[in-house]
Design a protein around this ligand. Structure first.
Ligand code: SME
Length: 159
């Protein structure tokens, strides 16, 4: 496993194109879900520097905070609540350009302005979500969705 990431400048797609093969390398040979989640959030933080990047894991009918990078965050989210709980309930990626306009948004940090949440689906069931927050409005689009869905698939299909 390479110990250092090669961090590049460039447009968003170029950054993902450079990062994703490196993430594959990081996950290679490691079946542990939490270890892989930890390296994924660290790699995304290094490349993109977003405010908050983390996983919430489905445990006993709640989302429970998992590996993350960024400020401290709320630990439990119920199904259907906030952006994360809605992504879980609908089993689909949600892009929120302005968090204040999302009904029921859970404000873990007042600095968060836009957000994308991607569900991890295994055997037709959501097992976790990846949540990414930016301190700027309108930071996420279909490019992020495309690449972040690929990244979470790398984790999901490890086992
Ligand atoms: N904003 C999220 C809660 C998690 S924090 O952003 C880390 C939500 O509405 O689900």
């Amino acid at each position: 496993m390479a110990e250092d990431l090669n961090i590049i400048t460039g447009n968003k797609a170029e950054q993902y194109e450079s990062l994703v093969p490196q993430v594959k390398g990081l996950l290679e040979g490691e079946p542990d879900l939490v270890a892989n989640m930890a390296n994924v959030v660290a790699a995304l933080k290094e490349q993109f520097g977003w405010l908050w990047i983390g996983f919430y894991i489905v445990k006993s009918e709640e989302l429970v905070l998992g590996p993350f990078q960024g400020p401290v965050a709320c630990t439990r989210i119920k199904k259907g609540k906030g952006v994360c709980g809605t992504s879980w309930a609908q089993a689909k990626t949600l892009i929120v350009p302005d968090v204040e306009k999302f009904p029921g948004h859970i404000a873990c940090s007042s600095l968060s302005k836009s957000e994308i949440v991607i569900p991890l689906i295994r055997n037709n069931e959501v097992v976790a979500v990846l949540d990414v927050d930016s301190s700027e409005y309108d930071q996420f689009d279909s490019t992020d969705q495309h690449w972040l869905e690929q990244i979470v698939d790398l984790i999901v299909f490890k086992k």
